[in-house]
Design a protein around this ligand. Structure first.
Ligand code: CP
Length: 309
């Protein structure tokens, strides 16, 4: 598709910031996905030439940060990277002053990852650039859910009527929340599977504590990382106990229904929530998820660039 036609379709998008899938309509989600499917066909045009992305990652990241950089550069934008450990955050500079300092050098987009839920929303009220939530606490990780949807569509051929099991540490998972909001808007059934200490009841989705049954009944099994760094209160008795009841082990891999796909947002704890055999099996679409992240993030940058253009 020609660039002009793609930009024309961006006019339906009205959000200056992308803070969560909770804020998006079904049509807006489908718009992001369709642009992400078409952007690889863009020839040599650079629609974001002269714009700059600030990768404001205060928490670690491999996939999200790298794919934002690749997406921005693919569309012609420059990227400003940020290292919290060597920044003036260590001298007590605030989030607001850090963002506004970098922004004063000319920034169109700020992709922020932060341990505090709500940090991107807070920042969006203080800066002039378009703020993208690249993961905030246990709140949301919208671009992850969008790339997950794109991967489901690629592999299963549809985006509604799917039965999706989100498995594991739901309590600490922003990926689970963004997927739950987005999947339900598109008409999918979502089940939260895990120990009762890690599956909050207030999310309003059906809960199961029986992984073996879930594996037999779902089209998508999304294993979530056990966030050991966020666990202070012993929320499960021991790692072997967790694996026994909620790990996607080699034995459980054999019990998957035909056609069921295995997803994981990464990084994985191999041998804990997912076995090496499951992660590397032909049911696994984990690396497809990563590859799709570049195009989802490119689509988001393009859409945000057109607001008020
Ligand atoms: N899925 C995800 O957010 O991975 P990173 O922490 O590596 O960005």
């Amino acid at each position: 598709m020609a660039l002009d036609a793609l930009l024309g379709r961006c006019r339906a998008w009205k959000h200056k910031h992308l803070l969560g899938t909770r804020d998006l309509s079904r049509e807006e989600i489908l718009l992001v996905l369709s642009l992400a499917e078409e952007l690889p066909g863009l020839k040599d045009e650079l629609p974001l030439r002269g714009r700059r992305l600030f990768n404001f990652f205060v928490e670690p990241s491999t996939r999200t940060k790298t794919s934002f950089s690749l997406a921005a550069r693919r569309l012609g934008a420059d990227v400003v990277d940020f290292s919290p450990a060597t920044s003036s955050l260590t001298k007590g500079e605030s989030l607001k002053d850090t963002a506004r300092t970098i922004e004063s050098m000319g920034v169109a987009f700020t992709a922020i990852r932060h341990g505090a839920s709500g940090a991107p929303a807070f920042l969006s009220r203080l800066v002039g650039s378009s703020v993208i939530n690249a993961g905030d606490g246990a709140n949301e990780h919208p671009t992850q859910a969008l790339l997950d949807l794109l991967t489901m569509k690629e592999r299963l051929g549809k985006l509604s009527g799917l039965r999706v099991a989100l498995v594991g540490d739901i309590a600490h998972s922003r990926v689970a929340r963004s997927n739950l909001w987005a999947l339900r808007k598109l008409g999918n059934e979502v089940t939260l599977v895990g120990p009762s200490t890690l599956v909050p009841a207030h999310l309003g989705a059906p809960v199961s504590h029986d992984l073996d049954r879930a594996l037999r009944e779902h089209d998508v099994v999304m294993m979530l990382r056990l966030q050991l760094e966020r666990q202070q209160a012993g929320l499960f008795p021991s790692v072997p106990e967790y694996v026994r009841f909620f790990g996607l082990t080699r034995e459980r891999l054999a019990s998957l229904r035909n056609g069921t796909i295995i997803m994981h947002p990464g990084p994985m704890n191999r041998g804990l929530e997912i076995s090496a055999e499951a992660a590397d099996s032909d049911r696994s679409v984990i690396l497809n998820q990563v590859a799709n992240g570049v195009w989802i993030r490119a689509a988001v940058l393009l859409l945000l660039s057109q607001v008020g253009a």
